[in-house]
Every structure is written in structure tokens, then in C-alpha cells.
Design a protein around this ligand. Structure first.
Ligand SMILES: *Cc1c(COP(=O)(O)O)cnc(C)c1O
Ligand SMILES: [Zn+2]
Length: 401
């Protein structure tokens, strides 16, 4: 059995208490397993298909999960981009290949399973887009209603389409993501819906499997793990999971956890750079990478620990650098991702140019969501199709032949 523990004061709570913050000090909670008595056999894991549920002994769900076979995503060697950057061991783990097209599915398969396990009848979240798409998908699979709050006009069209089609109640608020999260948090506390933002410690349990899979796919620990940072849940989750693997003796060291933010929305980078004890929220976050357009990251406390304890880095990249990397991944590697996802690899390009990393490192960049999530940003960057009359001479002339 596991329990919940406050990451600040160490207070513990039973696993079935529905809590999103420590009631003593208000800080974040994490799931704690009795690792020495778990008796996990690595050979048994290795026989199961790669995916979130390969690692079920380190997940909080007891019965049959609500699953669409998430995880097991491709790990690509970025051969050409790596050569260009002088980093021969550069990899991208393509989380856009999950059922709803982002890593949020790893969190939601566990989170929605926990909603049922805890006897909850409805679920809710605030979202910059992907969380709502994923929650809508998993609520549909579970057969329960979902409510999602979005910042009006700031969500990529593919994500809204998913939330609508999968049947969530979609509410657009005239305010930003940070406000939407406050509102849905209040709603869940007052009306008993189950909150599935990354403040929910069970959701992060699913997301930690990105790290487990990367270690299995590479046959060892990478030197550096790079993630785009919005609410900072994912980087915290991967760190927590790898710490558990280390405690179990399955790995002997941790990667340098490295967080990349958009320049217009980079409170975590600032806190690391200025060695602040906690982040100072940004009131007007702005970036083309809407998935990480977050001024007050709820998991900042955990993320700062992850970055600092592993000797990692935090860096920001401009929208221009993000979009250039989105095109480079698409055209030089055949990997289609949304802007936020390209931030991780753009960050590595920048850190390498600044001489901040050793070019021989084995580096895993998590690319978090699929290209088709945000078609508008794609269309804006590309030449429109060439329209011609329907005859061969016109075709030859269009091709300059
Ligand atoms: C949610 C999301 C992020 C940010 O993850 P956090 O856990 O909030 O830091 C990055 N990229 C994409 C595509 C996302 O959907
Ligand atoms: Zn506490």
C-alpha cells in the first residue's frame, strides 16, 4: 500500500483521501510507495509490452485501468539534427504518438482510473488544450462526464476539436489558464468533481512512465532529460519516477533534468537563474507555444527540486527559435510536433551553442504533442499550396520543368 505525503512538511495522508494540497501547509502532495517491500521483478516488466501499464506495480491503480494502450511511444535518434548541432547522441521521445496526441494520456489513464477507484462520478480540469482533449477521451472511455475550462481564444483548434468531439462540456473563460485553474479547483472542492490537473498527485504517477520507458528503450540512463515546462508537472513526474528506479536499484544514477520554457512565459527559468527559493508568477505569459503559456506553474516547487538535485539546467527559447525547431524536426527528421514540443530540442540547440552542455552527452528530449494539434500555426509558417489549372503544362510550369 502507498500513501500521500506533503513535499514540504512531510505530513502523510491515506491514499483514499481526496486531497490536492497538504491541509497543514498548503503545499503539493506526492504518492509514496513502500519501495523495499514491493518486490518488483524487472524480468516480469521486460516481458510486458512497452507502455504505461508495464510498470503497474509502481502505479496506484488496483483493478482494471481505464486504458487506450497509452505510452510505448517511439524513441527516435535525431541523426541529422544531432550532426548539425555536434551532438551525436541526441534522441526525441515522441509523445505525440499517444492516443489523443500528447503525453497527457499517460496521466489521464491513471487519473481517470483513480477517479473511479475513489468513487468519483465526474471529472474536471482547466487546460491550455491537451489536458482537456485527453480528459475528454478518457472520460468517454470510462463513461463518466467531464467538464473542461479553457482560456478563450488561446487554445489550438485541434485540441478544442477533440474535447468537443469526445463529449466533454467545454467552457471558455475570458481569462488566462492560471485563472481557469483557480476556478476549476474551487468548483471541484465545492461540488465534488474530481480534479485532474497536474496538481493531482495520481496524474503525475502515469506521466513518470516516460522516464521508465526511456531507460528501457536506451538500455540505460541518459545523461540529460529535457522537457518543455508549462505547469512543470511532467518534469517533476519524470524525476520522481527515476528516483524510484534508483531506490529500487534498477538504475545507479539520475539524468540532469533540464527544463525549457518559452521566453514570454519563463518563471521557472528565472527562479533557477536567480536562485530564488520559489517562482515569482508572471502575470501576462505570452508565447506561440500555447501548451506552455503558463505564468504560475503549480508544480514549480517539485520542478525546482528536480532541476537542482540533478545538477540540471533551465533555459528559455524565443518563439522564433521554437518555430524554427518545429520546422527542422519536421523537415530534417520527419517528426511532426506542436510548437511547445519543439521547445525541448530548441533549448538543447541553444544550450549547446552557449557551451552549457557537453556535446558527448546522451540526451533525451521529450517532444510532447503532435503536429496536428495546432494546424493554424503550421499554415501560418508554410507557403500555401500552389493552385493550377487541371492540365499537364500548368503542372510542369508550376514545377519549373
Ligand atoms: C501539457 C504540455 C506541456 C507542459 O507540461 P507541464 O507538465 O505542464 O510542464 C508541454 N507540451 C505539451 C504539448 C503539453 O500538452
Ligand atoms: Zn505540508
Amino acid at each position: 500500500m502507498y500513501h500521500l505525503v506533503c513535499v514540504n512538511c512531510g505530513a502523510t495522508y491515506p491514499a483514499d483521501e481526496i486531497l490536492y494540497n497538504c491541509t497543514k501547509c498548503g503545499h503539493l502532495l506526492a504518492v509514496k510507495y513502500p519501495l523495499d517491500s514491493l518486490n518488483i521483478n524487472k524480468a516480469v516488466w521486460d516481458k510486458r509490452p512497452l507502455g504505461v501499464w508495464r510498470y503497474k506495480e509502481l502505479l496506484p491503480v488496483h483493478g482494471e485501468p481505464v486504458t487506450l494502450q497509452e505510452g510505448g511511444t517511439q524513441m527516435y535518434h535525431l541523426k541529422r539534427l544531432g550532426e548539425e548541432m555536434g551532438i551525436p547522441h541526441l534522441y526525441a521521445k515522441h509523445e505525440g504518438m499517444n492516443p489523443s496526441g500528447s503525453f497527457k494520456d499517460r496521466g489521464m489513464t491513471v487519473g481517470v482510473s483513480m477517479a473511479l477507484q475513489l468513487g468519483k462520478k465526474s471529472v474536471a480540469c482547466a487546460s491550455t488544450g491537451n489536458t482537456s482533449a485527453s480528459l475528454a477521451v478518457y472520460a468517454a472511455k470510462a463513461g463518466i462526464p467531464a467538464v473542461v475550462l479553457l482560456p478563450a481564444g488561446k487554445v489550438a483548434v485541434g485540441k478544442v476539436a477533440q474535447a468537443l468531439m469526445h463529449g466533454a462540456k467545454v467552457i471558455s473563460i475570458r481569462g488566462n489558464f492560471d485563472r481557469a485553474l483557480e476556478m476549476v479547483h474551487d468548483l471541484c472542492l465545492s461540488h465534488g468533481l474530481y480534479l485532474l490537473n497536474s496538481i493531482n498527485p495520481y496524474r503525475l504517477e502515469g506521466q513518470k512512465t516516460i522516464g521508465f520507458e526511456a531507460v528501457d528503450q536506451l538500455g540505460g540512463v541518459p545523461d540529460r532529460f529535457v522537457l518543455p515546462v508549462g505547469n512543470a508537472g511532467n518534469i517533476s513526474a519524470v524525476y520522481k519516477g527515476l528516483l524510484e528506479l534508483q531506490e529500487l536499484g534498477f538504475i545507479d544514477r539520475l539524468p540532469m533534468m533540464t527544463g525549457i520554457q518559452a521566453a514570454g512565459s519563463s518563471p521557472v527559468v528565472r527562479a533557477v537563474r536567480e536562485n530564488l527559493p520559489e517562482v515569482v508568477p508572471e502575470m501576462q505569459p505570452e508565447t506561440v507555444a500555447t501548451a506552455i503559456r503558463i505564468g504560475a506553474p503549480v508544480n514549480a516547487e517539485k520542478a525546482l527540486t528536480a532541476i537542482r538535485k540533478t545538477g540540471g539546467l533551465a533555459e528559455s527559447v524565443t518563439d522564433e527559435e521554437i518555430l524554427r525547431m518545429q520546422r527542422d524536426l519536421a523537415r530534417k527528421e520527419g517528426i511532426g510536433v506542436e510548437p511547445a514540443s519543439a521547445a525541448s530540442v530548441a533549448g538543447i540547440r541553444k544550450l549547446a551553442e552557449m557551451g552549457m552542455i557537453d556535446r558527448d552527452e546522451r540526451i533525451v528530449c521529450v517532444v510532447t504533442g503532435h503536429l496536428l494539434k495546432d494546424p493554424d500555426t503550421v499554415i501560418k509558417q508554410c507557403e500555401p499550396p500552389t493552385e493550377i489549372d487541371a492540365n499537364l503544362p500548368s503542372l510542369l510550369s508550376a514545377l519549373h520543368l
